[in-house]
Every structure is written in C-alpha cells, then in structure tokens.
Design a protein around this ligand. Structure first.
Ligand SMILES: [Zn+2]
Length: 687
C-alpha cells in the first residue's frame, strides 16, 4: 500500500481540507456572480488585445475563472481588470511564470509533506508509546489552508487564467501531441478546479474519520465463535478485524486439517455483517459467545438476548455520500463524486472501468479456472472460495526456513537499508543509478504492516516503513518490504527523473502498485534463492487471475452502490442496506452463480473499503492488469532500463502513459491468455 496522504499530493488539491472562517461561503453563493454574457465580453476584449491565436486559451481561462469568482473577490469590473492585467500571451513570459510556480510549489508541497511526515513519526514508527498529544499532531493537516489562501490572494485565479484546466476527454484526445512541458502546463491547470467552503470539507473529513474509526474497531473475536454443536474452532483470544483478517483467515485454512468448518463459520460471520443482523454485543468484545449459524448469543453457557447491529454500517456510507453531495455544487466541472473519482483521480471514465471488469468476470476463462480449483479441492465450490488460495507456488523452502534467513539478515531496519543498492544491482540497475535511488530511500521500523511514503520535493528521501519483530524481520515482513521498495523506487524515479515537477509521479495509484508487485515477485531472487518450480509462472498467473475475479466483483458492487445513491439521494440507511444487498446479489447472480452453483449470495458487499474509502477498490485490479502487461512487454528486455524509462515518463493520463510505455492500452487479454496457458500446463503436469 502507499499512504493516502501521498494520494492527495499525487492527485490534485480538490480534497484538501480547508478551515478558514474568514470568508464563510453560503450555499447560495454557489450561484456565480460573473454572468456568462459578461465573461464573453471580457473574452472578446482580451482576444482583440492579444490576437485570435490566443482565443482558445483566453476563453477557457476566463470561463473557468468566472465560474469560481465569488462576491468577496470583487465586482464584475474587478474581475475584468484582473483578467486584463494578468493574462499572459507572450510564450517566454508564460514559461517564466510557470517555472516560478513549479519551483515554489515544489518547496511548498514538498515541505508540507515533510511536516506531515515528521508530525506523524510517533504514530507511524515503532518508538515507544503513543500519547494523545501524538494523535493530535498526527491528525493535523498543515496544508489545509493552501487552497483558501491562494484564492484569497488570487494566485489561484492567475493560474486558472494562464494555465486552464482540460477535461479528461480533452487530455486523452490531444495529449499525444503534447510535449512533456505542455503536459506540465496542463497539470498545473488541474490544481484549482473547485472552491469548496471549509465547513463542507470539514464535514467530509469528519464523516470520513468516523467511518475509519468504525471500521478500525470492528473486531470479531474468533476465539468466542461457536459452531452448531457449541464447539469453539478457533484458538482462545484470536480476534479478526473485518473484513481483512476474516478473509485472510479463510485463505489460510485451505489445505489445512479442519479448515473447511472454520471457513464455513467465518463465511456466516461475513453474511451477518453484510445483512446487519450481527449482534451488537459480539462486535469488538470477547464477553459473549456467538453461534453465527443460528445467530444466538451466549454468556456462561446461557442464551442471552441481543440487539442486531441494524444499519450502522450503511449509515456511515450514507454519511460519506451526504457530505460529498454537499460539496458537489462547488465543483463547476465534475460535479459528482463518481466523476471526480474516475475522471479526475483515476483518469479512466467509470463506464470504461465497469466494462473492463464485466468483461473479465464474465469471461470463459473463469469457468476453466473454477473447474481446476474444484478438482484440486476435491469438492464443489462454496461462495467463500472466491478467496481460494491454493495457487501459491511452492519454493521448496519452508516458511520457517525463510523466516530464519530474513531474521538473520535483517535484525534492524538499517540492515535492510544497507542492502538496497545490492538489490538494485541484482535487478540490473547500473552502479550509479542504484546508488542514486538507494540514496533517496530511508528504511524505518513501523508500527503497522508497513507502507511507502514518498517525498514531494527533490532532495528529500522517500521512506520505506516496515515491520521488524523483536528477533528481526520475518519472511512475511520481508516480502511486504520488497513490495514497498518497489513503491519507493517508483517514487524516486518519477520525482527526480521527470521533465518537470508538475508531471511528477504516475497516472494513478494502480501504476505505482504495478511496480510494487513487480518487485514483490522477485523477493526470493534478491535473497539468491532460486525457484526451481517450472510451473511457478503459471501458478502465479492463476493466483492473480482468481484474485482479480474476486476484487473486480467487489468493485462492481462498490460502483453500482454509488450510482444507486446518486439516483436515490434521499434514501435512508435501511433502504441503502437493502439496495446494497440487492446489487451484490445481482452481480453475484450474473457472474458468480453460474460458476458456484448457488444464487442470491451477497458476499461481494463485505469489503470494508466500501465503507471507509469510497470508490477506491478499482485501483487494485488495475494494478495487476498493468503489472501483467509490463511484465510481458519486458520479458525479452532489460528490467532496469525499462523501469527507468517507463517511470520517468511522468503523470500523463493512463491512456497516454500506456501508449508511451508499452505501446498498448490496459486490457484483460494478456491475463486471459496467461490463464488459458496456465490451466493447460498445470493439467498436463497433473497427468
Ligand atoms: Zn502497494
């Protein structure tokens, strides 16, 4: 994973929380004070003054600025004067102004990022207890006021006027002709496209942090679960955070004795969470015993009454929707969250994402892979087998042996940091490049499972946060650390080696995930452990294929729930619950029931991301699709050379990035072909 914080820098400023109370906007000030007609007059004046060759840019800049000009910014006459004074037609002067802004934004956002990073150190790193004061600093956002400040001092208007915004459609249509510097100008135009009053941004921030808190405290005490005969199947004290740990526990019970009843029990728990008939009493406490099949709660062997959770889960989602809907009218373009998430952040239209996912989950390859899984399991598929985990290739070395190797080599964070130049050399990076990249990566011992926090200015390091146990780094931690290293390498190349600061990074999170996955699969190679399983490549292909089949279904539910909310803006939490369950069943019945042989399963609605990170899920399958295509493209090429070339392209739209990087667009085809081949090879080997 990468930190959400970086996402904010990676994308635009649309989501910066601002809390100035100086100019408290009213909902009715959304209505513009510069009329269309008046804006047209100003456009005509400027075109007369500067010449028709500037017509397009003048008209864009003025219309966009007019839509965001508020009463507090001045009269219509002030607006006209502002445009007269600040429109730049001379190319050299425009370049000079751009360079100044680009330089200053690098310092501004670079240090803001740095401040956040430093203030969060006590919370993020494994350094003694966390005090309340640490939490307060950690939640503080130093860049919260930048957007307000730059509208107040009119810097935002100067930028809009001279470096206007282009829609995704326009970027995709014209981007092939743009030089990297023209892309940089266009990226500057993405900065100030909305003007959201502080109170609404704060309401969203509040709804969002409430939802995160709700999810972060949703532990199910597996040790207190009872089967229909009253037996406990899980060890005393085991607790599982929904849905991640419950899913992972289902995964880890394949090929294990007594695994199936445990999986069936956890599946029941998931259904109760989705349907919200889960007893409130069993969430986040181990005070009661719970039979999730009969939905009965016990204390000291006696049945006790309970309260079902009701619709709390869906109330959080609804709160997020309502907070975002209040923000919508302050976006002159992309005035709903679905469009902002897909057109502005991911830069792939929602319909395109949905079509791609539907093509995948409805593909004939699914049936073939499912049949193979059924054979390997020796039983009919059950709904939770969307998490089948039996395609992990065996290395010939046990996890315990691997743990020993990594614990010996990496007792401290610093020991891993020392090895990064050597890792990069092994992957084929030149001596100098390896030293440069490694010199910009700092490894810290983290509290959580780890993350990669990129720098937002050149010269500052990116941080690889990794979990190191008392007795050193275990193999699981090492494997994740190498994933994070992939992010850090991307963060370093795409900041230092792009043409301009304004096109730093990659098109969206899926692209950085792709490189992280590419590093992660090479983790054993970096330890000089050769993998002799000739079928490894094919097992990996099926593992990714089945993973995408699952997560694309989950993402389809997520997207369609958001569409439903926009179609039913006055819905209650109860209605939202019913609709979500219906949508999940509908996706299941179309794409999963034919494979699993059972209808009306709402399981795809279980993901916690749906509740705390709206519309984020689609990034995961895209990461794997991109990884797959890049891997195939570089098969007969030099890994390091190609990584350097691709990740220094910069932040074009996904369409233009893919075109420049590998000369083809994101598609399912490579995974379909790989799945076909893998099923064939594995079946051959089974004979
Ligand atoms: Zn990641």
């Amino acid at each position: 994973m990468i930190m959400k914080k970086n996402l904010i820098f990676l994308l635009s400023l649309v989501f910066l929380v601002s809390c100035s109370t100086e100019k408290e906007d009213d909902p009715d000030t959304v209505s513009r004070i510069i009329s269309e007609d008046f804006a047209q007059e100003v456009i005509q004046d400027l075109v007369e003054e500067h010449g028709a060759e500037h017509q397009d840019r003048i008209s864009r800049g003025i219309q966009q600025a007019a839509a965001l000009w508020r009463e507090g910014d001045g009269s219509a006459r002030d607006f006209s004067n502002f445009c007269q004074q600040h429109f730049i037609s001379d190319a050299d002067e425009r370049r000079l102004v751009f360079d100044r802004i680009s330089r200053n934004f690098e310092y501004l956002y670079g240090y803001m990022n740095r401040i956040s990073l430093e203030l969060k150190v006590p919370v993020h790193l494994a350094r003694g207890p966390v005090h309340q004061v640490d939490q307060l600093f950690s939640a503080y956002n130093p860049s919260a006021h930048i957007e307000d400040d730059f509208f107040n001092n009119q810097m935002a208007f100067l930028i809009i006027l001279n470096f206007p915004y282009y829609s995704l459609e326009e970027k995709n249509e014209n981007g092939a002709q743009w030089s990297p510097m023209e892309w940089a100008y266009v990226r500057l135009g993405d900065y100030f496209t909305a003007r959201v009053p502080a109170k609404y941004s704060q309401q969203y921030a509040k709804a969002s942090s409430d939802a995160r808190l709700y999810i972060s405290e949703y532990n199910i005490y597996a040790g207190e679960l009872l089967d229909e005969q009253g037996n406990k199947l899980f060890p005393e004290g085991m607790n599982l955070l929904a849905h991640w740990n419950i899913r992972d526990e289902i995964k880890s019970n394949y090929g294990v004795e007594q695994g199936l009843p445990k999986q069936q029990m956890l599946y029941q728990v998931m259904l109760r969470i989705i349907n919200q008939d889960i007893p409130k009493e069993v969430i986040n406490t181990d005070e009661y015993q719970w039979d999730p099949f009969a939905n009965q709660v016990f204390k000291e062997g006696e049945t006790v009454d309970f309260q079902p959770e009701g619709d709390r889960r869906y109330q959080h989602l609804l709160n997020l929707f309502n907070a975002l809907r209040q923000i919508d009218p302050y976006h002159p373009v992309l005035d709903n969250f679905i469009e902002r998430r897909f057109d502005a952040q991911m830069e792939i239209p929602q319909q395109e994402v949905e079509d791609l996912f539907r093509e995948f989950v409805g593909s004939p390859q699914v049936e073939k892979v499912a049949a193979l899984i059924e054979e390997r399991l020796g039983r009919e598929l059950q709904p939770f087998d969307i998490w089948y985990d039996g395609f992990k290739a065996r290395t010939g070395i046990s996890e315990e042996e691997l743990d020993q190797i990594t614990k010996n080599r990496y007792p401290k964070a610093h020991d891993l940091e020392k090895d990064i130049p050597m890792f990069l050399r092994k992957l084929g990076f030149s001596h100098d490049t390896a030293r440069f990249i490694a010199g910009h990566i700092q490894v810290d011992a983290a509290r959580g499972s780890g993350h990669a926090w990129g720098a937002s200015m050149r010269g500052k390091p990116s941080h690889l946060r990794t979990r190191i146990g008392e007795d050193g780094m275990d193999y699981k931690g090492y494997n994740i650390a190498i994933h994070e290293l992939g992010h850090n390498v991307e963060q370093t190349i795409s900041l230092h080696m792009v043409e301009d600061y304004m096109i730093r990074r990659v098109p969206n999170t899926a692209f950085t995930e792709a490189l992280a996955f590419m590093f992660q699969v090479r983790d054993l190679e970096l330890l000089d452990i050769r993998q002799d399983n000739p079928l490894k490549e094919h097992y990996d292909a099926l593992d990714i294929f089945w993973g995408n089949y699952e997560i694309m279904g989950v993402s389809l539910v997520d997207m369609n729930v958001w569409k439903w909310m926009y179609d039913n803006p006055d819905a209650t939490a109860e209605e939202l619950k019913e609709a979500t369950v219906e949508i999940a069943k509908d996706i299941w019945n179309t794409y999963y029931a034919p494979v699993f042989g059972v209808e009306d399963v709402p399981l795809l609605a279980v993901y916690s991301h749906m509740i705390q990170s709206p519309l984020y899920l689609s990034a995961y399958p895209y990461g794997h699709l991109i990884e797959f295509q890049i891997e195939r493209y570089i098969q007969d090429k030099d890994f390091a050379e190609e990584v350097m070339r691709m990740f220094s392209i910069g932040r074009y739209t996904p369409m233009h990035w893919m075109d420049k990087a590998i000369g083809e667009q994101i598609s399912n085809e490579p995974q379909f072909n790989a799945a076909d081949r893998a099923v064939e090879k594995i079946r051959e080997a089974m004979q």
